[in-house]
Design a protein around this ligand. Structure first.
Ligand SMILES: Cc1cc2nc3c(=O)[nH]c(=O)nc-3n(C[C@H](O)[C@H](O)[C@H](O)COP(=O)(O)OP(=O)(O)OC[C@H]3O[C@@H](n4cnc5c(N)ncnc54)[C@H](O)[C@@H]3O)c2cc1C
Length: 368
């Protein structure tokens, strides 16, 4: 197949790889389609979802409701369950044939496996774990003005640059780096789940979405692995990303971990049911399982209320929670950096403050 990733003028449109599990679209798909819509509008391009699976045509149009103009469906029994071989082959076949300018993939376990494999085969660049994307130069400069201390002089930038500008934390979160892929296409990026905001679903857009069935060619020799059985973890994973209230604990509970976790649970309960999260220390110490970790190497959350109990607010932690609507921090050190992003800060020993808070909340509820 004639595919040369350097002929960049041959590449058009913004694509999003849409992950399904057990025939269900994932939240990350809707977030990426919503973000892809903005990029497609900036570029004056079409937004296309790429959906692989078995018997999945029926779920494709929902992606239109979040902004996709079109969904390309690759339907084959061998795509029912994710395997690296089959998915990488089919994604690369479609990309080589149709030549998208941008390909976004969720930085989920599947996306982190699939994206580098495809980028290597397509001979293009991949920026992993992005937290911000732009095409339009003016929008990118606005982003720099808002989020950095740089002096922005538009004369120093190539304002007509239409490369995808892919921003991600670098050097342990101490820097933000914007990476471009100017010589090859598609520009590929994995994007952290929970970072991009999901647009409102519009039924009329879903109804208008074009669905294209793309013929899959998978030969026996393409499939080097076979899934014989899927054994799901019996442990229920905590749904941090979708939670309205997150009560997170950090190293500040170390003097009495059991009590600290109990208080966090009770506080979450007082909020009408919140989810427990933790800083990396809480995970590394084994107080909570790794699906509870908030931050750069954990999950990015933006709940309505985020409570940080005994968390200092290291940059890597803040990267995962600073966009929460309301942040309540309880810390015995008034200089703790968490207070820089907190909407409400309480300086004190969490073992004294939290019981009083719970008592006050419960009293107020009872009074109502
Ligand atoms: C590459 C890289 C990636 C990382 N990724 C992550 C990540 O995803 N998530 C993450 O969280 N961290 C991450 N980290 C680690 C991060 O740098 C910090 O070390 C970590 O967040 C600190 O956790 P902490 O705030 O719980 O602990 P500490 O920094 O030890 O802070 C504990 C806080 O509790 C306060 N305290 C102590 N006792 C009490 C008390 N009784 N009552 C009230 N307050 C009290 C202290 O004053 C202090 O502010 C990463 C680091 C690196 C280098």
């Amino acid at each position: 197949m004639a595919f040369i990733s350097e002929n960049i003028e041959e590449f058009h449109d913004i694509w999003v790889f849409c992950e399904q599990r057990d025939g269900k679209l994932q939240n990350t798909d809707f977030e990426l389609i919503s973000e892809g819509r903005k990029l497609a509008d900036e570029r004056g391009a079409k937004l296309v979802g790429l959906l692989l699976g078995s018997d999945v045509k029926g779920i494709a149009s929902e992606l239109g409701g979040y902004g996709a103009d079109k969904v390309i469906v690759c339907d084959d029994p061998n795509l029912k369950v994710y395997t690296t071989d089959a998915y990488a082959k089919v994604v690369c076949d479609v990309v080589m044939d149709k030549k998208p300018e941008v390909l976004l993939i969720g930085a989920t376990t599947i996306g982190r496996d699939l994206a580098p494999r495809c980028a290597a085969r397509l001979h293009t660049g991949l920026t992993a774990d992005c937290t911000h994307l732009d095409i339009d130069m003016n929008k990118y400069l606005d982003f720099l003005r808002e989020s950095s201390t740089m002096e922005i002089d538009p004369a120093k930038f190539k304002m007509e640059d239409t490369n995808l500008k892919m921003t991600r934390p670098a050097f342990g979160g101490h820097l933000m780096a914007t990476i471009i892929c100017p010589r090859f296409r598609p520009c590929m990026s994995t994007v952290r789940p929970g970072v991009m905001k999901k647009a409102d679903f519009v039924q009329a857009k879903a109804d208008a979405c074009e669905i294209e069935m793309y013929p899959v060619t998978l030969a026996e020799e393409d499939l080097k692995t076979k899934v014989l059985e899927v054994v799901k973890a019996t442990r229920k994973m905590v749904d941090l990303v979708g939670a309205d209230v997150v009560v997170a604990v950090g190293n500040g509970i170390k003097s009495d971990v059991k009590k600290g976790l109990e208080l966090a649970e009770q506080l979450a309960e007082a909020f009408g049911g919140g989810v427990i999260g933790g800083s990396r220390v809480a995970i590394d110490e084994g107080w909570l399982s790794d699906d509870h970790q908030v931050g750069q190497t954990g999950k990015t959350v933006h709940p309505k209320i985020y409570v940080a109990l005994g968390i200092s607010g290291a940059i890597q932690h803040k990267a995962g929670m600073q966009d929460s609507e309301v942040i309540i921090a309880i810390n015995n050190n008034e200089a703790a950096p968490i207070f820089e992003v907190a909407s409400y800060g309480i300086v004190g020993n969490l073992f004294d403050v939290v019981p009083k808070l719970i008592e006050a909340m419960n009293a107020q509820k009872a009074a109502k």
